[in-house]
Design a protein around this ligand. Structure first.
Ligand SMILES: Nc1nc2c(ncn2[C@@H]2O[C@H](COP(=O)(O)OP(=O)(O)O)[C@@H](O)[C@H]2O)c(=O)[nH]1
Ligand SMILES: [Mg+2]
Length: 307
């Protein structure tokens, strides 16, 4: 029963998101209901993220990224699940990006927001994702996906040592892997387990990037408040947090064992909607995924244009 409800709601979601994407709203920015606040939908990647090694994407690039992720009959598509590295498919040629982080940090919720569909299981109980789950994006009929996203089991509470070993084997041995995105919960900051994982990424020179999750808890006091907009104080609080993270995630490579994270910290709130089918911060994350996979482009005059 539960399964059939889930299947039905997925079908409705798929249809709904296609309709929503097919008819983009032609609205001009509305003034915030509180003049001392800014609308969440008016916030740009420069407000929400911290770029020091790269440039923030412009509106054409964000539109390009959103367009690649529009759900269709062939995208997103569940490709495979594996609990052991040796059972992951070897022959695939599509570029892969993996999403990691402590249990409950919001990985599956974020992936659903990125893919525009409730395709990953989410839970308030930690340790529910027990396998690596791969999803293809941007595929066409009979064609390969443009990029593959991986939802990984969480580390920390309710995780198992064997999962950690399999994840490390994947990260070190997978030639298709272009970048690992490590989620940090904005409410808790970088914990010891996160610091340990970051150390391993440096030691094995695995390309990685940080995403700060659940930022609704930093920029507004409650999710309800977010509806009336966000104050400059909330944005400044977030920016201070990002600046404090810089030396931790990108320490001196000569003394810290290897190359640190990419100098671009992204943020998101999978729970906060900023428009039809769009959660806060997700467009910039989509753009980074495509950049990692080498599919950068921009949307000019409504048409896809590769850079
Ligand atoms: N406030 C808030 N809660 C979130 C957000 N994203 C996820 N959550 C909640 O955090 C819990 C864990 O989410 P989940 O995506 O399953 O985490 P995972 O274990 O890392 O895959 C769930 O109860 C979600 O509803 C967010 O952006 N803001
Ligand atoms: Mg999960």
């Amino acid at each position: 029963m539960r399964k059939s409800i889930f299947r039905a709601s997925r079908a409705v979601n798929r249809l709904y998101s296609t309709i929503r994407h097919a008819e983009p709203a032609q609205t001009s920015p509305k003034p915030p209901s509180n003049p001392n606040k800014r609308n969440l939908e008016d916030l740009t990647p420069s407000d929400l993220c911290y770029y020091w090694d790269t440039k923030a994407p412009n509106t054409d690039q964000l539109a390009f990224a959103d367009k690649i992720f529009i759900p269709s009959r062939h995208s997103p598509i569940k490709l495979w699940s594996a609990s052991k590295f040796r059972t992951t498919p070897l022959s695939s040629i599509e570029p892969e990006v993996a999403f990691l982080g402590r249990s409950n940090v919001g990985k599956s919720s974020l992936l659903n927001a990125i893919m525009g569909q409730e395709i990953c299981w989410t839970s308030s109980k930690p340790g529910r994702t027990r396998e690596m789950n791969a999803f293809g994006i941007g595929g066409t009929k009979g064609g390969e996906s443009k990029v593959v996203l991986l939802d990984m089991p969480g580390y920390g509470k309710a995780s198992r040592a064997e999962w950690g070993m399999e994840i490390m084997k994947y990260l070190q041995g997978r030639k298709q892997l272009r970048r690992a995105f490590i989620l940090i919960d904005s409410e808790h900051g970088i914990k010891q387990k996160d610091a340990d994982i970051l150390g391993l990424f440096r030691r094995y020179a695995i390309p990685h990037q940080i995403i700060l999750s659940k930022i609704d808890k930093v920029i507004t006091r409650t999710k309800k408040q977010a509806k009336t907009g966000v104050s400059d104080v909330g944005i400044q609080r977030l920016q201070c947090m990002l600046k404090d993270m810089k030396p931790v995630i990108q320490p001196d490579p000569y003394t810290s064992g290897g190359p640190g994270a990419l100098g671009e910290i992204l943020t998101c709130s999978a729970d906060v909607s900023v428009g039809p089918g769009q959660a806060l911060g997700v467009d910039a994350i989509r753009w980074s995924i495509l950049s990692a996979a080498g599919i950068d482009g921009s949307l000019e005059g409504g048409r896809l244009a590769r850079l």
